[in-house]
Design a protein around this ligand. Structure first.
Ligand code: IVH
Length: 676
């Protein structure tokens, strides 16, 4: 008994510490699965020794209740948490308990099965249709007033569409979609700012900014899943009707939500999420199952912590441990030397991982990972593998701490770390690794978008001596290419055609493609809109560059220097003489609501020709491929759609949205209605 008491106390203390790290500091120190295991152990001990359980225990409370800079908001109704189950047996047992509580067989119950989005809970109050308040969950009873930041969330209705008289509270999750997270970190990298560990931390940090302008610059989204009618004027019979109302008001709701009949179908649908979780546009950490019938919900009620009518099925951890075989260094297009982990292959979040970035020298030191260590691997934003840290293995002798190499592994030139920067660079401008990456980048999607010019093809062209600079691409002839290994007449001529097609490009894409340090798509667009012509940009004095919105002194100096480097001047002159033609952006650049997203259009969309629809998607940063794959963001279904695309989308769990939702998709990057 006394050892149980000690263990309970130790667990409570650990959990409280992790709660603080997770909820208050947005900086969790252990994987979610490990946290859950602590909580389960504590709950079991409290069950076994009821005398050790107290109302104050962390198993009965939600969040932390920590202090903040925001003013307090007392929730009209407590914002409760959900109880968790970890496998299908526990899930089935929960359904049985609910059925028993209602005195009906579980096979007769209707369940809504939906994604458990890995974001943070938010409550938004509307009075007579207007957004008046946004509050975080806090300790469940009292949250933080984050209204001004909430107003910056782009997919959130400021006014309820179709209006509504009275007072309602919409609750849901604030999150950053996977694609947005990648773009955000890309931007952080460009700015030399710290990258975010994962979408949840990025969303939490972004929502709790003192300056709403910072929140506005972050790609936050909101998804609604609960309606609290503060006046009691709305009457719904089911959850499905409630979320349909949210969608009608203009909220994004989870289009994967399905209402199923009976516990067997419910478990099956929750398995679907496990299988498809990596195809969703947001990160999920589980599945939420809720009774659909609101009268049944009222009968079951709540425990002190959570409703009895809902449960969260936590999905298995997407963090794995594996052996770190070596730490190596790769050289990027700017010469940046990035250390990366060579791992014993392991499947994480649906794919095999054998390498993971370690970012820079400081990160390796901070994580203190050493070759030979057992390390934890996860995917940031469900996409980019990264090493979280080493697992302690008492009794095992570790190798000594890893040292950053002094010379470039590709060309032998010194690797240099300057001033305060955490990055290290290969300073040899003719380093072959840099050249390869520069050309690959020039041809990449975000730049000149030349199909068929990936890393291996560029490496081959360099090795054959056919190119030694980006401008040389414009000199390639079919006869140069058709005799290359793996290439024939046909692929040679399609590559030449693709290169030739890229000669007409926008200034912003060319600026991105040139790989000027710190200039990413956002800064490139600002520069292109301001100067319109390369000449004007190249001649601009430093002060003028510095004065442009979104272009700070770092970017300005980098552009200024780039344009004055004789080698770069020569390259530009060659590109222009070989036919590079800049088409100037017309009018304002559109908001990049679909940045990095693949939207497939099938069938006729009213008001758009096929080309118009494609252009509209591209103008917002997206792509519009001809076929559906795992990577497809959504499929827009017009009149007379292609059957194979629909089948494929259904098979892969890709969202299908009606053509009437196309404008909304372009405007917000999201949708409120889907076809099933
Ligand atoms: S319903 C009273 N539905 O998970 C029930 N929560 O672990 C309120 N979450 O606090 C929650 N997706 O922040 C619900 N589809 C979903 C959810 C969801 C994510 C979060 C939410 C909640 C936490 C509980």
């Amino acid at each position: 008994m006394s050892s149980a008491r000690d263990r309970v106390e130790a667990l409570r203390e650990q959990i409280a510490r992790h709660n603080e790290a997770y909820y208050a500091l947005d900086a969790p120190t252990i994987p979610d699965a490990d946290y859950d295991a602590l909580l389960v152990e504590l709950r079991e001990l409290e069950g076994e020794y009821p005398e050790l359980a107290t109302d104050e225990s962390v198993t009965r409370k939600v969040g932390t209740g920590s202090t903040t800079v925001f003013s307090e908001v007392t929730h009209a109704e407590p914002m409760l948490s959900l109880d968790n189950v970890f496998d299908v047996h526990e899930l089935a047992a929960w359904a049985q308990r609910a059925a028993k509580g209602l005195g009906v067989p579980a096979s007769t119950l209707e369940f809504a099965v939906e994604p458990k989005i890995d974001g943070l809970a938010l409550s938004i109050t509307y009075v007579d249709g207007a957004l008046v308040q946004g509050a975080t969950r806090g300790d469940g009873r009292v949250g933080e007033d984050v209204t001004e930041n909430v107003r910056t969330i782009k997919n959130l209705p400021q006014q309820l569409r179709n209006g509504h008289r009275g007072r309602v509270e919409v609750r849901g999750e604030v999150f950053i979609a996977k694609a947005d997270f990648l773009a955000l970190n890309e931007r952080q990298r460009e700015l030399g700012a710290k990258e975010f560990a994962n979408p949840r931390n990025a969303a939490a940090g972004s929502l709790r900014q003192k300056d709403p302008a910072v929140s506005r610059s972050r790609p936050l989204s909101f998804l609604g899943y609960q309606l609290v009618d503060l006046d009691g004027s709305l009457t719904f019979g089911s959850y499905f009707e409630t979320i349909s109302q949210l969608a009608r008001w203009g909220f994004l709701t989870a289009h994967e939500t399905v209402v199923v009949a009976g516990d067997v179908a419910m478990v099956e649908r929750s398995d679907w999420f496990e299988e498809h979780r990596h195809n969703l546009t947001y990160e999920i950490d589980g599945v939420v199952i809720k009774l659909n019938d609101l009268t049944q919900r009222a009968t079951l009620g709540f425990t002190s912590r959570a409703p009895r009518w809902a449960i969260a099925r936590k999905l298995p951890p997407e963090e794995r441990s594996t052996r770190l075989l070596a730490i190596e260094v790769s050289i990027g297009r700017t010469g940046r030397a990035t250390p990366y982990a060579v791992l014993e292959p392991v499947v994480v979040a649906g794919s095999r991982v054998s390498m993971a970035t370690l970012h820079n020298e400081d990160q390796v030191a901070e994580k203190d990972v050493r070759p030979g260590d057992l390390v934890i691997v996860r995917k940031a934003g469900d996409v980019i593998p990264e090493v979280v840290g080493a697992v302690s293995e008492p009794g095992r002798r570790r190798k000594s701490a890893w040292k950053f190499p002094a010379t470039c592994p590709e060309c032998g030139a010194p690797l240099v770390r300057v001033g305060e920067e955490s990055d290290t660079y290969c300073v040899n401008p003719s380093c072959p690794a840099q050249l390869l990456q520069q050309i690959v980048h020039f041809a990449s999607r975000g730049a000149l978008d030349i199909e068929g010019l990936g890393e291996s093809r560029v490496a081959q062209l360099l090795a054959e001596g056919l190119i030694s600079d980006v401008a040389d691409l414009f000199t390639l002839r079919v006869s140069d290419l058709s005799s290359l290994e793996g290439m024939g007449e046909l692929s040679g001529s399609s590559l030449v055609a693709a290169i030739s097609g890229a000669k007409v490009a926008s200034l912003s894409r060319v600026l991105v493609g040139l790989g000027i340090r710190h200039v990413g798509p956002v800064a490139a667009r600002e520069l292109a809109v301001t100067f319109r012509h390369y000449r004007a940009l190249a001649d601009a004095p430093l002060e003028v560059l510095e004065g442009i919105d979104g272009v700070g002194p770092v970017i300005a100096a980098s552009v200024y220097e780039y344009c004055r480097e004789p080698e770069n001047q020569e390259r530009m002159a060659r590109l222009f003489s070989l036919g590079l033609t800049l088409v100037e952006p017309v009018g304002a650049i559109l908001e990049q609501t679909l940045a990095g997203r693949a939207v497939v259009v099938t069938g006729a969309v009213e008001g758009y020709s096929r080309d118009d629809a494609e252009e509209a998607i591209k103008a917002r940063g997206g792509t519009s491929p001809g076929s559906v794959s795992k990577k497809t963001y959504c499929v827009v279904v017009g009149d007379a759609p292609g059957a194979s695309k629909l089948t494929k989308a259904t098979e892969l769990g890709v969202a299908m949205i009606p053509a009437t939702g196309f404008d909304e998709l372009l405007r917000t990057g999201a949708w409120t209605t889907t076809l099933t």
